[in-house]
Design a protein around this ligand. Structure first.
Ligand SMILES: O=C(O)CCC(=O)C(=O)O
Length: 392
């Protein structure tokens, strides 16, 4: 998940809000990502051209062999099948943090509706989509690329993000969002995405059990931790681009969230950086791609990896992906269970609450492969400064 920052750093160091200059502001204001026009242009605006060392290699990207974890046995309570599934999950998470789940129990019609309704939203004229425009400093709403927030290395995509909550009393939060921002005509989309998010929340709690088993901690530990999750759903829409070798749909980043459950259509474009090279994950409509995010990396005391990934675009077909980002309830303290901390494995990251990391990635830092470490250092520095202030 790229929860990109408003005032971001092109290097990997948090920058103060004042580092924007007027020239950049003017550039940002004048650039509009209107996919219906830009997808046909033979040259692309320079803000979308990525530096040579980050450009995709369109000719050859080897496939990443990710395990298929069959959840059928686990979901029906088969003990041996659950152990096998948890072993596969553990192996993948120690290597790179990516795996596929099949026989996941999510209704295929629901998934197909969720893709179909993305077309209904994104195929509208720009001004209609802008009714849900994401405001500066917020992480929900419609974003056409990130033209209002960055001046370079812009992603070739449009997104619609919204909040989901598994808490009691929030069972219509997604439906309400669609009605509030887009009106009654979009009520049916709200219903579908509400149902889709609930299915993702249930699935992620199951995966949390497998993760706990694989780490040798109490099976229900992480499931309980995320039971009242306050998560984020993002619809990614990548229009065709006539210069796909110059740009990226989603830039390289690790997800700052806990666990991502992604469903990609049949077009392909997701790539993961493993063993020093980019590898593609072949689409499979029967599978969800699951990956560990920074917050779970902290919960596992660094045992499991949050891995760098990106999405490339192509000149022929639009591509869609549905990303559910599992996040803890806002007041939960992210801290590894005692079983994962000992003298051989001391604490790597300090305790934090998810909203602090979210704010860090929005206001100070453009999510990349060092987000968690930089955030930890920043947090420790803040705590040190507070202690010093108290002593003085
Ligand atoms: O679309 C994809 O395949 C990846 C999307 C992604 O990484 C994100 O939304 O953070």
């Amino acid at each position: 998940m790229t929860i990109n920052c408003m005032i971001m750093s092109e290097t990997s160091t948090p920058q103060p809000a004042s580092n924007n200059n007027r020239h950049k502001d003017d550039q940002k204001k004048s650039l509009v990502f209107d996919a219906t026009v830009l997808q046909h242009e033979s040259s692309i605006p320079p803000q979308f051209v990525w530096p040579d060392h980050e450009k995709p290699n369109c000719s050859h990207t080897p496939e990443l062999q990710v395990p298929f974890v069959d959840l059928g046995g686990f979901l029906s309570g088969d003990h041996d099948a659950s152990i096998r599934a948890s072993e596969l999950v553990g192996e993948a998470c120690r290597k790179h943090g990516f795996f596929l789940v099949v026989n996941h129990g999510v209704d295929a019609n629901l998934i197909s509706d969720a893709h179909h309704y993305m077309d209904c939203f994104f195929e509208q004229p720009l001004h209609e989509k802008q009714r849900a425009q994401r405001k500066l400093g917020e992480h929900c709403g419609y974003a056409s690329s990130f033209t209002g927030r960055f001046s370079s290395k812009l992603p070739w995509k449009e997104t619609l993000s919204f909040e989901y909550s598994a808490q009691e009393g929030s069972s219509h939060i997604v439906e309400e969002y669609f009605q509030r921002t887009l009106g009654q005509d979009f009520a049916h989309l709200g219903k579908v995405y509400q149902e889709y998010c609930s299915a993702m929340s249930r699935l992620s709690l199951g995966i949390m059990e497998l993760l706990a088993m694989s780490l040798g901690v109490n099976r229900s530990h992480f499931k309980e931790f995320f039971e009242e999750n306050e998560s984020i759903m993002r619809l990614n829409y990548y229009p065709p681009c006539q210069k796909p070798d110059q740009t990226l749909g989603t830039g390289p980043h690790c997800d700052p969230t806990s666990l991502t459950i992604l469903h990609q259509d049949t077009v392909g474009g997701l790539q993961v950086f493993v063993d020093n090279e980019w590898r593609s994950i072949t689409p499979n409509i029967n599978a969800f791609v699951v990956n560990i995010g920074d917050t779970f990396m902290a919960l596992s005391n660094g045992r499991y990896k949050s891995c760098l990934h990106r999405a490339v675009v192509n000149s022929m077909s639009p591509r869609k992906s549905l990303a559910f980002f599992l996040c803890p309830r806002k007041d939960k303290v992210v801290s590894p269970p005692p079983e994962l901390v000992d003298s051989v494995n001391p604490r790597i990251y300090p305790d934090f609450r998810w909203p602090a990391l979210l704010e860090f990635t929005q206001k100070h830092y453009r999510a990349d492969m060092n987000t968690l470490q930089t955030f930890s250092n920043w947090l420790l520095q803040q705590q040190q400064q507070q202690k010093t202030a108290v002593v003085l």
